[in-house]
Ligand binder design. Structure first.
Ligand code: IVH
Length: 685
C-alpha cells in the first residue's frame, strides 16, 4: 500500500525534528527537549516506517539504532586517496620550527620572505573515516583502509549520533568529509562500568573501542557504543565554491552541522605553532578525550597544492607528538601496604617506565577486586597510565604477552599473598561483608597504622607540627619512643636529647621540633578532632562537631542520637565516632592528651583572639617570665605560628637572655626583634 501524502509529510517533519534534537544534544551539548519526548518522536517515526517501508530515507534517524548484520564489508575505492601524515618525533618546541623550516625550504622562501600561515589542530586518536554526502544526505561512510581502498561502514557510522544524516544550510552536490571517529574517556569508562555490571567483556582503551566498534559487522554493537566524531578535512567535492584556506574549510563544515573541534587556531608563524603545542599540552588532561599530539597544516590551499606529496604524506602537514600517557611495562611484584585505618592496598611494583613525563616504578591497584577484575599477575605485561598529577595506575593486562606458565597459575589473591596476616604486624586481616578492602585488625597496635596515625595527627591541616615527617615518625615508633600521639607531648620520651640521637637530626632541628610540638598544644578543637583520625571524620565534619559540642569531653560523652543531631552527620559517621570513643585505647590517648594540656581550644576563643593570624614567630633565649612553651602556646592561641628557624618569612624574633645564633640571623636578615614585653603588647593589640 502506497503511503498517503500526510504520512509522508509527517515522516519528513519527524526526521527533521529528531535530527535537530540530535544536533542540539550531541554537537551543541545543549538538549532542547526531555528524553521522553525525544523517544516519543522516535517511536512515532519507527512506526510510520514499519507501516510504509518506502518512507525510510537514507537520512532517517531510525537507521541510527543499527540494522541487520553484514556478511562482510564491501570495499570502497576512495576517489581521492586518504593520506597519512609525517610525525615530528621531537616532542619539544623545536618540532614546530623544524616543520616550518621544511615548508619554507620546499616553497623556496628565504629569510626575508614573510611567515607562512598555518592551521593548528588536535591529533585525535581513533579511526579515520570518510563521510560521503550527496545533496546533503549521508550516503556512504568508509574507513581509510590502505588509503586507496577502504571498507563500507555506513551502517555503523550512522549510529554515531553527532554525525548528521542530513547537512544544514545549502550543502554542495557532493561533499566528502574526512575525520576521526573516537571515544571520549567518560563514555569509555561509563560503557565499561555497564559492561562489568552485566558481566560482559570490556574495552581495552578508547582508541580500540572506537576502531573496534566501526569494524563490527553487526551494527547493533556499534549502536551500543558511545562514539564521537570530529572532522579535520575534505575529500572529493562537487558543486562547492571551496574557501581558499583550510581553517575556512573547517568553519564551513561546522556551518553544515558537522562536528569540528573547537580547540584549533590559525597560527601566523612557527612561533604560534609552538605556543599552541605548549598550550594544548598544559590543558591536555582537561580534555574529555585522549590525544597523542597536535597537527599543523599550511593554511593556504593554493600553497598546499604547490607543496604536494612525498610517498603518500603531504609536505604541507605534520603531526607533533606529546609524551605518551600510557606505556607498557612488566609487573615485578605486588606489594601490600597498610594505611592509617588499617586498609591493605595492593601496589604493583613495576619495571621502571617513563610515562606521562616521569619514571614510574609503582602503581596502585586499589583493592583486591580491582586486581581480580583486571587479573593482574606477577610477571604480566601491563598498560600503565599516568595522566597529569593523578597517581599512576595499572589500566589492563596485555594477555597476549602473558607467559605460558603464568597463564596456568591461579589469579592473585590478597589473602594468600600475605598468608592472612598483616604484612607489618602479623595480626589477622579481615574483609567485612560488603566492603572492598581487607584491613589489619590490630588497630593502633599495628606499627604501620600507628605511624600513619601520627603522621596524620601532625599534618598541616591537623595539628600542624612542622618537621615531623615520615622518616622521623618511622624512627620514633620503631625505637618505641612514641606509641601513641599523646606520647609526643610526654617530655620524658620526646625531648631535645632523645630526638637529637635520631638519624638525620641535628641538635638544632631537635630543638625546633620540640618547640613545634609545644606550639601545637593549643590548636583549636576542630583541628584536634580531625587530628584524631576518626574514620569518616574529615576537616568539615570535625568543624561541625567542634561547633556543636564545644569541648572534647562533651563530644566523647555524646551518644549516637546526639551525634546525629549535628548537621550533615548520618548514622554511618555517628557510628564511627561512637566506635572510636568506645575503644579503650582511644579513651586513654584522649585523656593523656588532655593531661598534657592538649584539649582543643574552644572555637570562639580561638577565633576571637586571632590577633596574630598570619604572623610567624621564632623564640630564642630565656624569657623573663614565660617558659618557651608558654610563649609558644600564647602565640598559637592568638592564631600565630611558631617556627624553629629564622628566615626571610619570619615576622618577629622574640629574644630573651642568652639569645644565640637566631638573634644574629634575625639581625642579618633585618627581621624585627622584640622581647617578652613586646610580645605581650602584640597579644593585647
Ligand atoms: S589530516 C593529509 N588532521 O592521523 C592529511 N589527521 O597519520 C590527512 N588524525 O589517518 C590527515 N587528527 O586519522 C589530520 N587533525 C587531524 C588529525 C588527523 C588525527 C589522524 C588521521 C590520519 C592520521 C595521520
Amino acid at each position: 500500500m502506497a503511503a498517503p501524502r500526510e504520512a509522508a509529510a509527517r515522516a519528513e517533519a519527524l526526521r527533521a525534528e529528531i535530527e535537530r534534537h540530535n544536533h542540539a544534544y550531541y554537537v551543541l551539548d545543549a538538549p532542547t527537549v526531555p528524553d521522553a519526548e525525544y523517544d516519543r518522536l522516535f517511536r512515532e517515526l519507527q512506526a510510520l516506517e514499519a507501516q510504509y517501508p518506502e518512507l525510510q530515507t537514507p537520512d532517517s534517524p531510525t537507521l541510527r539504532v543499527g540494522g541487520r548484520p553484514l556478511p562482510a564489508f564491501a570495499p570502497v575505492r576512495h576517489a581521492l586517496p586518504m593520506l597519512s601524515i609525517r610525525t615530528e618525533t621531537d616532542a619539544g618546541p623545536e618540532g614546530a620550527h623544524a616543520f616550518d623550516a621544511r615548508v619554507r625550504r620546499a616553497l623556496g622562501l628565504d629569510e626575508s620572505a614573510p611567515p607562512v600561515e598555518y592551521a593548528a589542530e588536535l591529533k585525535f586518536d581513533g579511526l579515520a573515516v570518510s563521510l560521503r554526502y550527496e545533496d546533503g544526505v549521508l550516503v556512504q561512510a568508509a574507513t581509510r583502509g590502505d588509503g586507496e581502498t577502504g571498507e563500507d561502514v555506513t551502517q555503523n557510522v550512522r549510529t554515531i549520533r553527532c554525525i548528521p544524516l542530513r547537512l544544514k544550510g545549502a550543502p554542495p552536490a557532493l561533499l566528502e568529509v574526512r575525520g576521526e571517529v573516537f571515544m571520549r574517556r567518560p563514555d569509555f569508562e561509563g560503557y565499561n562500568a555497564r559492561q562489568r555490571e552485566l558481566d560482559r567483556p570490556t574495552l581495552v582503551n578508547p582508541r580500540n573501542g572506537a576502531a573496534g566498534s566501526i569494524r563490527q559487522l553487526d551494527p547493533r554493537i556499534a549502536a551500543e557504543r558511545p562514539l564521537s566524531f570530529y572532522a579535520y578535512g575534505v575529500g572529493e567535492t562537487r558543486g562547492w565554491r571551496m574557501p581558499s584556506r583550510h581553517s575556512e574549510v573547517l568553519d564551513a563544515l561546522a556551518a553544515f552541522g558537522i562536528p569540528v573541534c573547537e580547540h584549533r587556531v590559525v597560527a601566523p608563524d612557527a612561533e604560534a605553532l609552538a605556543a599552541f603545542h605548549a598550550a594544548i599540552l598544559a590543558g591536555r588532561d582537561a580534555l574529555s578525550f585522549d590525544i597523542d599530539g597536535v597537527v599543523y597544516k599550511v593554511n593556504s590551499l593554493a600553497l598546499q597544492e604547490r607543496l604536494g606529496f612525498v610517498s603518500r604524506e603531504p609536505r604541507w602537514a605534520c603531526a607533533h607528538k606529546y609524551p605518551a600517557q600510557e606505556e607498557l611495562t612488566e609487573v615485578l611484584g605486588i606489594d601490600v601496604q597498610v594505611g592509617r585505618t588499617g586498609k591493605l592496598t595492593p601496589v604493583a611494583r613495576l619495571k621502571p617506565v617513563f610515562v606521562g613525563g616521569v619514571t614510574v616504578t609503582n602503581a596502585t591497584l586499589h583493592n583486591e577486586d580491582e586486581v581480580r577484575r583486571k587479573d593482574v599477575r606477577i610477571g604480566d605485561t601491563v598498560v600503565v597510565r599516568r595522566a597529569g598529577d593523578v597517581i599512576p595506575e595499572v589500566v589492563s593486562v596485555v594477555l597476549e604477552r602473558r607467559p605460558a606458565a603464568l597463564a596456568e597459575a591461579s589469579p592473585w589473591r590478597l589473602f594468600d599473598a600475605v598468608a592472612g596476616k598483616c604484612p607489618v604486624c602479623r595480626s589477622d586481616i579481615a574483609r567485612l561483608e560488603g566492603e572492598a578492602d581487607w584491613r589489619c585488625t590490630a588497630g593502633l597496635y599495628c606499627p604501620a597504622q600507628r605511624k600513619q596515625a601520627i603522621l596524620h595527627f601532625a599534618s598541616r591541616k591537623a595539628m600542624d607540627i612542622e618537621g615531623l615527617g615520615e622518616k622521623l615518625v618511622d624512627q620514633l615508633v620503631d625505637r618505641d619512643l612514641v606509641g601513641s600521639v599523646a606520647d609526643l607531648y610526654d617530655a620524658e620520651r620526646v625531648d631535645a636529647d632523645s630526638l637529637a640521637a635520631l638519624e638525620r637530626m641535628g641538635g638544632k632541628s631537635a630543638l625546633n621540633l620540640v618547640e613545634a610540638i609545644a606550639g601545637s598544644k593549643r590548636r583549636p578543637l576542630a583541628r584536634l578532632i580531625y587530628a584524631l583520625g576518626i574514620r569518616n571524620v574529615g576537616e568539615a565534619t570535625a568543624k561541625d562537631l567542634a561547633r556543636h559540642f564545644g569541648s572534647m569531653e562533651r563530644l566523647r560523652q555524646a551518644g549516637i542520637d546526639e551525634l546525629q543531631r549535628v548537621k550533615d552527620i548520618g548514622p554511618v559517621v555517628a557510628e564511627s565516632i561512637a566506635a572510636f570513643f568506645r575503644e579503650p585505647h582511644n579513651g586513654r590517648v584522649v585523656d593523656s592528651l588532655a593531661g598534657a594540656g592538649v584539649r582543643g581550644e574552644p572555637e570562639a576563643a580561638a577565633a576571637g583572639r586571632a590577633v596574630l593570624q598570619g604572623l610567624t614567630f621564632v623564640l630564642t633565649g630565656t624569657l623573663p617570665r614565660l617558659t618557651r612553651e608558654e610563649a609558644a602556646a600564647l602565640i598559637e592561641a592568638a592564631g600565630g605560628k611558631v617556627s624553629g628557624s629564622v628566615s626571610k618569612k619570619t615576622d618577629y624574633v622574640v629574644a630573651g637572655e642568652e639569645a644565640g645564633s637566631k638573634l644574629d640571623k634575625a639581625r642579618t636578615l633585618g627581621v624585627p626583634v622584640i622581647d617578652e614585653d613586646g610580645l605581650r603588647q602584640l597579644l593585647e593589640s
